[in-house]
Design a protein around this ligand. Structure first.
Ligand code: ADP
Length: 357
């Protein structure tokens, strides 16, 4: 059989593909297969090129029995483990006799599946904690505290705060799913960030007062508008300023500062920078890269006590990705933290590579 025919056959397949002759030698491999295993092009015995037993057994079964087989191929690309599902199909006729192998990379599918399972487990866990507390209190109210108005008052107030926590969690989950839904649709409206920030600080003034916290706000005059979704940007700064107040501790000072840069080195465009700084206890650098993960908290107990859902910064990250912006987190233990939102000035600017993942 012609090697050219086998080669043009595998070249037409958009997946890494290899054609193995009836003598179990590789007859042809396309470019993608050669990237996977450079030895696949040398017409060597299959067993010496793909040494994994699962593949060898499947090839043998396909050659002998003639029916379609499948196997898993584990490939190591530096630190990455890539998993391929491989199909083996017998080809016979038209001068070609052998087995066609096609490799499908299923790593992303498996990762997405794992992320989905982890997410469901996290959400269930987050909901279960307040729910268990509420059920416990109901039982107490029906039993031992049936005739104790003072205890009833206390339990009802705790039940109310647990129910509010569940409500906030569901609200944040819905926000996250809405942001993800239109992640690919770039916002188109012109937004005046100065107004957004002033309204956020106005809305949070009561929270600040309760904490004994204070704000300062500064912005240059005549700032350009940004292209954005005003409601989502309000949500970004609400989350950041609220966190600064919450985690900064009693009597925190929060400074919000708006400035411009002719070129952000990551976005590679002129950009607006909005920094939210607090003089709280700061964040250990080991935590910083993970803060925008869903449900990641430095101190779960403290976050829950403060009414946190662990989703605030994940929402911030998704909103900023939609705006082709980025979030920069800097912190010094004992001194405080600065969360800086960086937004490109013009709509036509390119998406950054390597922003938050
Ligand atoms: P949460 O609902 O727990 O506040 P976030 O996603 O908003 O969730 O924040 C994640 C974690 O990041 C928080 O639990 C907290 O540990 C930490 N964090 C966020 N902002 C600050 C801050 N300004 N100072 C110290 N820690 C912070």
């Amino acid at each position: 059989m012609s090697l050219d025919l086998a080669q043009s056959f595998v070249d037409g397949i958009p997946l890494p593909s290899v054609f193995v002759g009836a003598d179990a030698r590789i007859m042809a491999a396309n470019k993608a297969a050669l990237t996977l295993n450079a030895n696949a092009g040398q017409q060597r015995p299959f067993v010496l090129v793909f040494r994994q037993p699962g593949l060898i057994d499947a090839l043998e079964a396909c050659l002998v029995q003639g029916d379609r087989q499948s196997a898993v191929y584990h490939h190591h690309d530096g630190p990455h483990n890539i998993r391929y599902d491989v199909t083996f199909s017998k080809v016979s006729g038209g001068g070609m006799h052998g087995v066609l192998l096609c490799f499908t990379d299923v790593t992303h599918m498996l990762q997405a599946d794992k992320m989905r399972r982890d997410f469901v487990a996290n959400v269930s866990h987050e909901l279960r904690t307040p729910l268990t507390a509420i059920l416990g209190f109901i039982e107490t109210l029906q039993g031992p505290a049936r005739n104790d108005p003072e205890a009833q008052e206390r339990f009802l107030s705790t039940m109310s705060s647990e129910a509010s926590r569940m409500n906030r969690l569901v609200g944040d989950l819905l926000s996250l799913s809405r942001v993800e839904e239109n992640a690919r649709m770039r916002p188109t409206a012109s937004v005046d960030l100065d107004q957004v920030l002033k309204s956020v600080l106005r809305n949070l003034s009561t929270v600040a007062e309760e904490n004994g916290g204070t704000f300062t706000y500064s912005a240059p005059e005549a700032l350009p508008m940004v292209v954005g979704d005003a409601d989502q940007l309000v949500q970004v700064f609400m989350n950041l300023v609220e966190n600064a107040l919450k985690y900064g501790g009693q009597g925190t000072h929060v400074d919000v500062h708006l400035s411009e840069t002719p070129r952000d080195h990551v976005l590679r465009t002129p950009a607006l920078l909005i920094s939210v700084s607090d003089n709280g206890p700061g964040i250990d650098s080991a935590h910083i890269p993970r803060l925008t993960e869903r449900f990641y908290r430095i101190d779960s107990h403290r976050s829950r006590e403060m009414g946190g859902t662990g989703l605030g910064l994940a929402i911030v990250k998704h909103i900023l990705n939609r705006h082709r912006g980025r979030l920069q987190i800097e912190s010094t233990l004992g001194k405080g933290s600065t969360f800086t939102v960086i937004l490109p000035k013009k709509q036509e600017n390119r998406a950054p590579s390597g922003t938050l993942s």
